[in-house]
Design a protein around this ligand. Structure first.
Ligand code: FNR
Length: 360
């Protein structure tokens, strides 16, 4: 039996589609409603054309960059996604080890199927941020913040685009829920478990607080000295508010098209946000990154780093830690190659001159 050659990220997507159960595959794949935004996240990169420079001695290409002052090997990290144990038995432990090996940033999800302690122990030298939601019961949020602080997670990523969960049709049709042997490990025993109560994705329903507002960002700042990054900003107005509230970073994100359908592709709103922020905080983005070429375009439009959601899960589904490493290696190689082909010797040389705006 000849092993399939895995050449690009789409090969891993295909593999995952064939090997995961239907309900699990549908959960990872899901977008909200008609999935317009999920699709547009991908298509928007294809509309952008580059303006390559030539004869610039690209014999050496340096892909390193930094996020919040920490050097990483190239500007791609792992976005927070839930339930890695559904894709691979070691779950988030494999993801953590892969990102440690590759020397990039892993944003661990609140909805991990391994605890923040287990993740930290699996990759003790890994560079990690923690993604958090705010719960109606703020004590739960406070407790998890204390734990990740003590464990050496380096930033809090506050996800702000889920006052309610988006409507993902296949998850409803499949009545998707975590199988009984898996748990949202970070909260084991912490929620008041009421017999027969409604669950949403393995957590009792109605635990997320839809009333959260900017004053809760201030509350989080009063709680912790860790840098705060707001994930889920799509407009210059909110970017300005984020800067005014003293956060350290912004992730331009539409949650992979899983929340509001009909919102913009993330790469399309990146420029207005970068312009509004004027370098006062770092701007990152996620959504639809499938090639090194996509990464180059995002960096050219002002992102300091991009994050991949679903592709990391495809890597896990393929071969656990090794699969995630392969995904990151392919993106790294592709990024290095198109940097060179467009005449960029290091990440600092990637700028807006690379983008053909007349076509947009
Ligand atoms: C997510 N995302 C997400 N975001 C977050 O802040 N907390 C979470 O727990 C999750 N969980 C989650 C599960 C799955 C299966 C997906 C696909 C996505 C959103 C994620 O961080 C990111 O914004 C998108 O996945 C980026 O888009 P791509 O790379 O998947 O196209």
């Amino acid at each position: 039996c000849v092993e399939m050659a895995m050449v690009c990220l789409n090969d891993f997507e295909e593999y995952a589609k064939q090997h995961l159960s239907k309900a699990t595959g549908d959960y990872y794949d899901a977008g909200a409603d008609d999935c317009c935004t999920r699709e547009d996240n991908l298509l928007a990169y294809k509309r952008i054309r580059l303006r390559p420079r030539i004869l610039r001695d690209v014999s050496i290409n340096d892909t390193r960059t930094s996020v919040l002052g920490m050097e990483i090997s190239f500007p791609v990290g792992i976005a927070p996604t839930g339930f890695h144990c559904l894709a691979w038995h070691e779950g988030e432990l494999a993801t953590a080890r892969a990102t440690e090996a590759v020397n990039t940033c892993y944003i661990a999800s609140t909805y991990s199927t391994c605890s923040v302690e287990e993740i930290a122990a699996a990759a003790p030298n890994g560079y990690r941020w923690f993604q958090l939601y705010l719960y109606r019961d703020r004590k739960l949020s406070e407790q998890i913040v204390r734990r990740v602080e003590a464990l050496g997670y380096k930033a809090l990523v506050l996800t702000v685009d889920v006052p309610y969960t988006g409507k993902r049709r296949n998850d409803i049709r499949n009545q998707f829920k975590l199988p009984p042997h898996l748990k949202v490990k970070n909260f084991e025993g912490m929620f008041q478990e009421q017999a027969g109560s409604q669950e949403e994705y393995g957590i009792p329903a109605n635990t997320l607080d839809p009333s959260i507002s900017w004053k809760d960002v201030c509350w989080l700042q009063s709680l912790s000295r860790l840098p705060i990054i707001i994930k889920g900003i799509l407009t210059k107005e909110d970017a300005e508010l984020a800067v005014e509230h003293g956060v350290q970073g912004i992730i331009v994100s539409n949650h992979g098209g899983r929340q509001l359908d009909g919102g913009p592709a993330t790469i399309d709103c990146l420029p207005e946000i970068v312009d509004a922020v004027q370098g006062r905080v770092e701007v990152y983005m996620d959504g639809g990154i499938h090639t090194g070429n996509d990464v180059l375009k995002a960096i050219a439009l002002g992102a300091k780093c991009v994050f991949i959601g679903r592709p990391a899960i495809w890597g896990l589904a393929y071969k656990g830690e090794e699969g995630v490493r392969e995904i990151l290696q392919i993106l790294h190689d592709e990024f290095r190659l198109c940097m060179a082909l467009s005449g960029c010797r290091n990440v600092a040389e990637i700028n807006r001159n690379l983008i053909q705006f007349s076509r947009l």
